[in-house]
Design a protein around this ligand. Structure first.
Ligand code: ZN
Length: 303
């Protein structure tokens, strides 16, 4: 029977099936393949969902998308965070804490690599204007919304953008992501995800993702405690292609250009055509590229 993985906790998989949560373990025949939140799986065995029962995951359906990260930028070993999502919601406060465009750029690279449509969700708009930040992403046509506090009354537009989709929410601490998640969900939805009756723990491990069902259809996948968002698994040219506004300029680069050294066509292009947004984005791209070479520290996902 088909189910949707909503939580993973120490070898136990919380699955949503026919309107209820069922806890399962991985069937031996599945081998070492990983099961992550968002996976669509087939369950067998005890699927009643009653306390102290355990079903078996016997099959993982092919994934339509895979959101990955690596521990460090210079570590190519990838970790799959979420499967089958179609949208990456990048939650950023406009003030307190100040926006971190380099972290946004990092999330965008991961979104484009995974084939997820990015959405900038700018919180605390009562403290700061979105214009300067949004200017950076205008050439890429990235969708954005801003929310002032208290935002409970302004959630309709966000709900529309999330409806019937599988959206992963990312953002560092203090940006209001947890408040947003709670506001989007009714009480009942909040109780469903993290609870793990088999292990007897009422919480999921701090680094894992958890899927929560939206009242109007669709899922949001929260990613608490994601300390790093390394891009070591993504080839350099894919990192560069996430900075789409530079695509034409790069055509003027010498063959095999690392975009880090003298002679890179981007310097000339930015000097000629660039404003503050382009300079900031080029700096961000180069820091990402250097970090992948182990030359620069990565922008942490948690402050
Ligand atoms: Zn170059």
């Amino acid at each position: 029977m088909d189910a949707f993985v909503i939580g993973v906790d120490r070898g136990r998989y919380r699955c949503w099936m026919d309107g209820q949560a069922v806890t399962a373990m991985k069937a031996r025949e599945l081998g070492r393949g990983s099961i992550v939140v968002g996976d669509r799986v087939s369950l067998a065995g005890e699927v009643s969902g009653r306390p102290d029962t355990l079903a078996r995951v016997v099959r993982i359906r092919p994934r339509t998308s895979v959101l990955r990260r690596s521990a460090e930028d210079d570590d190519p070993a990838e970790r799959v965070i979420v499967a089958n999502a179609d949208q990456l919601v990048i939650v950023t406060a406009l003030a307190d804490p100040v926006p971190r465009p380099r972290l946004i750029d990092r999330f965008l690279v991961a979104a484009f690599d995974a084939g997820l449509e990015p959405l900038l969700c700018l919180t605390k708009a009562d403290l700061g204007a979105p214009d300067e930040l949004v200017d950076n992403y205008e050439p890429l046509g990235i969708r954005w919304i801003s929310l002032s506090r208290p935002f409970e009354s302004q959630l309709d537009q966000l709900r529309t953008l999330l409806a019937n989709r599988i959206s992963v929410l990312v953002g560092h601490s203090g940006v209001g992501k947890s408040t947003l998640v709670n506001a989007l969900l009714p009480e009942a939805g909040r109780a469903v995800g993290p609870v793990s009756p088999v292990t007897g723990r009422g919480r999921h491990t701090s680094s894992s993702a958890v899927a929560l069902q939206l009242p109007g259809g669709g899922w949001i996948i929260d990613t608490p405690g994601l300390r790093s968002f390394g891009l070591g698994h993504i080839a350099a040219d894919k990192v560069v292609s996430a900075f789409g506004e530079f695509a034409d300029a790069i055509a003027g680069c010498p063959p095999g250009c690392s975009h880090l050294d003298a002679g890179c066509g981007l310097d000339e292009w930015v000097a000629e055509h660039g404003g503050p947004a382009e300079f900031a984005r080029l700096d961000s791209l180069r820091r990402l590229l250097r970090s992948r070479e182990g030359l620069d520290p990565a922008e942490p996902a948690e402050s």
